[in-house]
Design a protein around this ligand. Structure first.
Ligand SMILES: [Zn+2]
Length: 154
């Protein structure tokens, strides 16, 4: 694929990306993957591409599922050992037994794109309406209670 400078793209079932699905609230759907294989002037083997997916994670505050858009671009150089110096923006991708598992590569990139802690921005919607409701109830009940007291006194 490197020699042919192949470009492949397509969708991968989320269920097949086991290490990613473990961290999601929903295992349905697909990830869109595009991979381009090439060799650079330094004879480095390169895989660049991107992965995107619309998935759902658990909010760490209210524990409800929330949507999360994953969008990750990467530029990898295949290396046979750790500690190889690479110019920007290349990141090392370790070859194991002279082969590479593309599923594992996509999983790794998606894991990098997941936030450490997922939370609804600003407010958790599930909590907000409840809070509004209780304050409304308090405000509306008190005047009527006062009115009833006044009527009773007369
Ligand atoms: Zn939340």
């Amino acid at each position: 694929m490197i020699a042919r400078e192949a470009v492949i793209s397509g969708q991968v079932s989320m269920a097949k990306l086991a290490r990613v699905v473990d961290l999601l609230a929903d295992s349905s759907g697909h990830a869109w993957v595009e991979l381009a294989f090439a060799k650079d002037d330094e004879q480095r083997w390169l895989i660049s591409g991107n992965v995107s997916a619309e998935c759902a994670v658990f909010c760490q505050r209210c524990l409800k599922a929330m949507p999360l858009q994953i969008e990750q671009e990467f530029h990898l150089a295949l290396v046979s050992s750790d500690g190889v110096d690479l110019p920007e923006p290349l990141e090392p991708c370790l070859l194991r037994n002279d082969s590479i598992n593309l599923h594992a590569l996509v999983e790794d990139e998606m894991l990098l794109a997941l936030p450490m802690i997922s939370m609804h921005p600003e407010h958790c919607n599930t909590h907000q309406p409840q809070a509004v409701e209780t304050t409304e109830n308090r405000d509306t009940r008190r005047p009527f209670a006062d009115l009833a007291d006044m009527l009773n006194r007369r």
